[in-house]
Every structure is written in structure tokens, then in C-alpha cells.
Design a protein around this ligand. Sequence first.
Ligand code: NAP
Length: 330
Amino acid sequence: MQYDVIIVGAGPAGLTAGIYVARRKLNPLILSKNLGGQAILATSIENYPGFKNIKGIKLIKRCEKQARKFGVEIIYSEVKKIKEKDGIFLVKANDKEFEGKAVILAFGKIPRSLNVPGEERLTGKGISYCATCDLPLFKNKVIAVVGGGNSALEAALDGSRIAKKVYLVHRREKFRGFEDLVERVKRKENIKFVLNSVVKKFNGDEILKTAVVENTKTGEKKELEIEGVFIEIGYETKTDWIKDFVKLDEYGQIVVNWRCETFYPNSDKIRPGVFAAGDVTSVPFKQITVAVGEGCKAALQASAYLRGNNPHTLIEWGKYSGMLNNLNVK
Ligand code: NAP
């Protein structure tokens, strides 16, 4: 079976793209390793319009349900390769190959690791990258959270309600996360700040026992006795597999223009039929709201491409306010 649009990724960008493609009466397939990307891990989202406060998992499940309602097919399978043959895209996911007339790349980012001794060996044995998933395992225990962004601050706050004590290890003095979150963290008595400090090593035979941290200003090292650690230091793109297919920037992100179009590798030539959206792209501000908007744009652009109404070949979009509606796209 041939799909009109194959969307790689089922996070906010991919699911939104699916909804928009389906509503334009085109046939979309979403292929994704998992549901929700990093958004599903957010404990509490307070900046998504229409919701005062919503859990990431709840928001994403709603998006998935909505996509399915409009007829989007979703297959949970990891895409390993994309090739183009005679203007058709062959997308290989695990052992199956799917055909699409256009592709939207929206496969987000993966959690960044510290790359220190003991980390890989003890992952799943006390070391976790998902506080939302694993915090309940550490009731009344001593844990650490590494990082200084919103994810780390949220993990520390949630951890303080479950664990006995939480060390918050951050490499600088100032936090990157929202100020109100920082204030809430500061008010918690069982959160101990370990600032200007980096983790050098994790110790433990079968399970995690300690983390060795070094003060970057004094060089002093100390060993924190912990049973769990949450590494919440952001995300990185995993785009190596696609580097010969589309152009990447110096951070490995897919370069897109403002219409979500991609380019051939090392070139400024637009790659027709291939679009990208969300955190995997060079668009700044990695926010769910931004990903949703970009997913919508990519879907509308892909639809216009498939209908032969590629708007920027007809008209200069910047000067045009009516957008697709006025282009008589059916
Ligand atoms: P982030 O904002 O990129 O912060 C990563 C943190 O980890 C930074 O404090 C950084 O330190 C530190 N870090 C990075 N690499 C490190 C390393 N190798 N060793 C030690 N520390 C390291 O990532 P995030 O907190 O995961 O958030 C990602 C995005 O999601 C952000 O845009 C965030 O606002 C958003 N988010 C929103 C919510 C919400 O709205 N409720 C919740 C979670 C996340 P430096 O500060 O020194 O660079």
C-alpha cells in the first residue's frame, strides 16, 4: 500500500502533522519508535494554551486519540532508513518497507547522557533518564538529580515528595529553568543543592551506591551516597542515519526553511517531498507549542506539494495573507 505522507515520529509535531494531513483527505501513516517523545515525560505542563496544568502523558494520549479518530494509521516501529526512488520514498522500519509520496521527519530528540564511568553499566540499576517513569521506585530513599533546566527542577520537586532526600547537582550556580520553579525547589527542605559541581563517576557493583562529584571552582571531590539518580540534562538529536538524505546543522538538527522544507545534504537546494518539524529541526525554542505549530505547517506544505500547488512556486508567501485557503487547494 502506498501512503500519501509518511510521518516519522509520534510526538506533538508528528501527531499534529498526522491530524492535519488526514483532515485534508490525504492518507497519512505515522511510524514511530514510541509515543510522545520527550513531551510524554513532562510531569506538569503549564504553558500549553487551554490547559492550566496537564500531565505530558495525558496531553499526548489525547493527541493520539484525536489522530486515530481522523483515520491516521500509527505503527510503532523504528525507522532505520529512507530512500527515494522515482519520486517515491521508501521508508524502512525494522524489517518492513513502506512507500510514501511525501515524508515528514518529526522524530524529536533523545535524552543526553553524562558519558562518565559507571553510567552505562548502572543504567536501569539506579540510574534513570525518566523521573516521571521511575521516581515511585525510590520512596524514602536518598536520590540525586543532575541538571539545571526545567526537567531537573521538576524531577527534584517530584523527588522531594517521594524520596527522603534529593541532591540537586548542577554544573553552574544559576539555573536555566523557570524562576518560579527554582523558587519552589528552594523552599523544599529535603532538597540539597550541590552547585558548581559535575559528576565524575558512578560506583556500585550490582546497583548504584555512590556518585563522585567534583566542585568546578575548588576542585574538591565528594562521594554522595545515593540509591537512585535522575540524569535530566536535556536532549540530543539522533540523526546520523539520515545525514546522507537531508542537510543537518552543526548540532545534528535537520535544517528547515520557514515552510518546513528540507535540503539535500551539504546543499541549499530544497529536497522536494521531504519536510521536517519539531525538536529534530533547526527551529529554535524546543517547546510543545512550537512543535505543534511546526507539525501543522509541515503537513499543510506537504499537502500543497502533493496537490501540485506548491504555494511558493505560485506566489510569494511573505506578501500573501490568505495562505492556503485562498489558493483554492481542494
Ligand atoms: P535544558 O533546558 O536544555 O537544560 C539542560 C540542563 O542540563 C542545563 O541546566 C545544562 O546546564 C545541564 N547540562 C547539559 N549538559 C550537561 C552535562 N553534560 N553535564 C552536566 N549538566 C549538563 O533541558 P531540559 O530541562 O530537559 O528541558 C528541555 C526543554 O523542555 C526546555 O525547553 C524546557 O523549558 C522544556 N521543559 C518544559 C517543561 C514545562 O514547561 N513544564 C518541563 C520540562 C522541560 P547549563 O545550564 O549549564 O547549560
